[in-house]
Design a protein around this ligand. Sequence first.
Ligand code: SAM
Length: 241
Amino acid sequence: MKYELEEKFWLKYFNVYDALVNLIPYQNVLEDIISLLPSKNLKILETGCGTGNLIFYIADNVKYKRLVGVDYSLAALTLANKKIENRKNIIFKYADIRQHFVFKDEEFEVIVMNNVLYTLPVSKRQDLIHEVYRMLKPGGIFILSNINIHFKPMLIYKTHILKSIKKKGFIVTITQVFQLIYPTVMIFYYNFLIKKSNKGGLYDFIKQGEQADLLRNSKFKININDKLTYAGSAFLSKGTK
Ligand SMILES: C[S@@+](CC[C@H](N)C(=O)[O-])C[C@H]1O[C@@H](n2cnc3c(N)ncnc32)[C@H](O)[C@@H]1O
C-alpha cells in the first residue's frame, strides 16, 4: 500500500534528531551549504527546516536580513522556536511543501533545502522545485543536499570517530560516541523506514543526476552537481535562477 510520511512519524523522529548536530559529517553538510552562500544581507528561505539546525547555523555564521523556515511538523517547529533565543529576524512557519507556497514570486534571494527531497514522494519533487524557482529573485540561488543511494551509516560513524579523535582525543571521542549511539542509530533506523516505504516506488534516496534533472527541468542553471558530502552519503547541488 502506498502512504506518505506524516506528523506521527516525524514526532518520533524529532525526539532524537538533534543528536545529529554532534556528528562531524553532519556539521560538514551545514558547512558545505554555508560555503556556497553569497556574503550579502540576504532573505533566505529553508523548505523543510525541521528543528532549525541549518537556519541557526546560517544565523550564527552569515550576515542575513531575514531567515524563514517552513515545515509541516508542529513538533519540529515547536523545538525550532525554542532555539531562537535572542537571535533577530528568524521566523518559523507551518507549510506543507507539497502544496503551493504562500510566498510571492521572487521573494527570496536564496532558498536552501537539506535532507528533505528524499522524504517526499518522487511524484511531488518536481512541483516543489518549480515552486522554489518561482519564489527566487532572478539571479537567486538554490542549494540542496540529500541523502543519496550510497547512504552508509557505518561510514558516517567511522568518519566522525576519526575526525573527532584528531580534534578531541580518544577518550573524549569514545565517551561521546557512546552517548550518541542510541539517538543516531534511531535516526538511521528512521531513514531506513523512509527507504522501506519506497516499496511501492513512492520514496527513494537520491540517485546520481536526479538533482540536476530536477534543477534543469525547472529552468535553473546548474553551478554544482552531486558534490559528495555527509561522508559520501549525500549529494549537494547548487542552481541559479
Ligand atoms: C530529515 S528532516 C530534515 C530537517 C532539516 N532540513 C535539517 O536538515 O535538519 C526532513 C524534514 O522535512 C519535513 N517535511 C517532510 N515532508 C514535508 C512536507 N510535505 N511539508 C513540509 N515539511 C515536510 C519533515 O517534517 C522534516 O522536518
